[in-house]
Design a protein around this ligand. Structure first.
Ligand code: TRP
Length: 454
């Protein structure tokens, strides 16, 4: 194992390549699939505001911290933490934080792949014209059939996992840089098209009102936790994904500016997805809180009703699958990078092992929608439990410790040198946010959910 601050993996070819990869990681199912349905379940506007505050006050400072730590440590998160604790002369137990991240990434990918599989199934449905002229009820039935069928879901889950591991096996810098380059603009254009369709539904204003008019009486401790957890999830924070990407970042690139750009793009995509989806929900008398099927029950209605809809639908789901793929690889990269460093094995072998384990765990999610829908932990299905455990607990907890590490354990001179903000006041602001604001916010939300304040 190398213990100098030299990467044994390769570097991004430029700042732009890092932006593409990190945006590729951030923008994914979290923005288009998860954000709208949790906004629907948590009452809309007030939830959106809390989410935006969490992105700005907690997400961005922690994203800067993760990228900075990765670039300084230059290894997988576990070994980066070892290197950085040594540099700061701190307690060696900090590297367990890397483990928390590896496990969180593995859990998330297990269900992420199943949902990406649904998107793949929808590529085929769009291609065969299944949406055209269908009523909301018929579209709903298409989704219900998919959910009821473990076989179909396992098939697509398998295809998606194989694709993910094939990309990771080649090293994340290769094909990925190129894919994201057309993916992001493409996704953006199709979302704008969906927003244009939403304007024709007659419920556009109602949709906007739902998303942006806050009603704080809808907010509970649990929804604040969900909003905060989602800020981590959507920016790929709290588990080392951005840290590992940061470790491939060449020196001399402004981390702060780059990060703000990425977070901004990510937020924009999520908001656009919501703006497109809610008018369709209201116009068709659907249920805002209908859960993880929401995009699959709404967007096909739009595609089924617009001219050339089959083509746009096809393009949209293809792009969604690619967006999921560019996120999925960052979920498993920390685990793979660690295997390569620790066991000194080939990347390919590490991928086969990790990919298989993730696939296996993913079966739990597949069955939670049908055969095992009554297998629950504290009233949550396997899928819901994995989602809650990771997004609402492990990521914020990981983020809490990452923030403390960057703010309180790393020496100021090291983080200042690495960030190279050029302005001491900006550095102080960042340091204040990661040392106090972000950890305190996570802590308070946790206490709140534990019922300490009620
Ligand atoms: N951010 C991605 C999305 O919104 C998911 C993701 C990729 C992720 N890497 C991550 C979430 C690391 C948490 C941690 O779809």
């Amino acid at each position: 194992m190398a213990d100098t601050n030299q990467s044994i993996h390769s570097e991004w070819s430029s700042r732009f390549a890092f932006i593409l990869a990190a945006t590729g990681s951030a923008v994914g199912l979290g923005n288009i699939w998860k954000f709208p349905y949790i906004t629907g379940e948590n009452g809309g506007g007030a939830f959106v505001i809390i989410y935006l505050i969490c992105v700005a006050a907690i997400g961005i400072p922690i994203m800067i911290a993760e990228t900075m730590m990765g670039r300084r440590g230059r290894q997988s998160p576990i070994n980066t933490l070892k290197v950085l604790t040594k540099e700061a002369g701190a307690n060696t137990n900090w590297h367990y934080l890397g483990w928390l991240g590896v496990i969180a990434g593995f859990f998330i990918l297990s269900y992420y792949s199943v949902i990406a599989g649904w998107s793949m199934a929808y590529v085929v449905k769009a291609f065969t014209g299944s949406f055209s002229g269908q009523s909301a009820l018929e579209i709903n039935n298409l989704f219900a059939d998919l959910q009821a069928s473990p076989g179909v879901q396992i098939f697509w889950h398998t295809v998606f996992m194989v694709a993910t591991m094939a990309v990771v096996a080649r090293g994340v810098q290769g094909g990925l840089e190129k894919a994201v380059r057309f993916l992001m603009p493409g996704l953006f254009i199709l979302l704008m098209l969906l927003v244009a369709y939403a304007m024709t539904t007659g419920a556009y204003l109602q949709g906007l009102e739902f998303m942006f008019k806050p009603d704080f009486s809808e907010i509970t401790g649990a929804s604040v936790l969900t909003a905060m957890g989602h800020a981590f999830f959507t920016l790929s924070l709290g588990m080392g994904a951005i840290m590992v990407y940061g470790s491939y970042l060449p020196k001399g690139i402004s981390i702060a500016k780059t990060t703000i750009l990425i977070a901004g793009a990510d937020t924009l995509v999520a908001l656009l997805a919501g703006i497109a989806i809610f008018p369709i929900v209201f116009a068709n008398g659907l249920e805002v809180g209908s859960g993880p099927g929401l995009i699959f029950q709404t967007l096909p209605i739009a595609f089924g009703n617009m001219t050339g809809g089959w083509l746009f639908g096809l393009l949209f789901f293809v792009l969604l699958v690619f967006a999921a793929l560019s996120s999925a690889i960052s979920l498993i990269e920390p685990a793979v990078a660690w295997c390569v460093e620790h066991y000194d094995i080939e990347r390919k072998k590490a991928c086969v092992v990790m990919g298989f384990l993730t696939w296996l765990l993913g079966l739990g999610t597949v069955f939670s929608f049908n055969n095992w829908s009554d297998v629950t932990f504290f009233g949550a299905t396997i899928f819901e439990s994995l989602d809650f455990l990771t997004a609402n607990l492990m990521l914020p907890l990981g983020g809490f410790f990452i923030a403390l590490f960057a703010g309180r354990v790393m020496l100021s001179k090291d983080s200042k040198e690495e960030l190279d903000l050029g302005d001491d006041r900006l550095f102080d602001l960042w340091k204040f946010l990661v040392s106090y604001v972000a950890p305190a916010a996570v802590f308070i939300v946790f206490l709140h959910v534990l019922g300490v304040f009620s």
